[in-house]
Design a protein around this ligand. Sequence first.
Ligand SMILES: CC(C)(COP(=O)(O)OP(=O)(O)OC[C@H]1O[C@@H](n2cnc3c(N)ncnc32)[C@H](O)[C@@H]1OP(=O)(O)O)[C@@H](O)C(=O)NCCC(=O)NCCS
Length: 197
Amino acid sequence: MEYLIKQYPLETGALEIQYIEEFFGEFPRKKTAQEITNRLRDREFLILMAEASLPDAAGTVVPVAFKVVHELRARESEQKLQDLVARLRHCVRFDGRKVLYSWIGGTRRDWRGQGHFRALTEESEAWAHASGFHEVVVKTKNKFYDMRGTLDQLEFDVVKYEVHPSDNRESKVYLSKQLTSDVVRAHTSTRTVVYAD
Ligand SMILES: CC(C)(COP(=O)(O)OP(=O)(O)OC[C@H]1O[C@@H](n2cnc3c(N)ncnc32)[C@H](O)[C@@H]1OP(=O)(O)O)[C@@H](O)C(=O)NCCC(=O)NCCS
């Protein structure tokens, strides 16, 4: 199968992400286009969306999965990112290295298990490697079993585990992957990337 991926610039990409997140019932706190724009404005980022045909209308193509990754610097001004960098300090090296943060992403229920998220992840890794990034980090929670299983298949390594004081399902898991040329060579998905306006 050949995956169709659309790469978006900031403003339209932020609106597309806000729109697709409406289809993710499991997340109560959805990101607004404004929040996405503010986060990504002054840094390297990639907004990717996988598109696929509707099962009962092959000619109609819809967005089915998305992924947003961005540069994470040793010194951040946004409070949430400062906090993230502080939590990663002892397990991710920032000095003289480019670190990528895999911020948000997912696949709509009806299209899960068809390789769309692998295709998006591999595309983001190929872009990141070509852009000089050394490592990609991601954060999830114990209770996100689908995401944990997927990150396992995508060969992310756990670098930190933060126990929640009262509910272990809420405990945070931090994972990372070194972006070597071997990683890019091992990619398996076939992708066509188009650039949106
Ligand atoms: C996690 C999620 C993005 C996976 O998307 P997807 O498009 O179904 O993933 P893919 O089909 O590309 O699968 C990628 C790999 O992960 C594996 N995988 C997918 N879902 C899995 C699951 N629930 N358990 C174990 N492995 C899984 C696939 O087998 C595949 O492995 P392979 O390529 O080696 O065969 C999707 O289930 C989702 O959006 N879940 C809700 C989002 C979420 O939990 N977010 C948590 C916040 S961090």
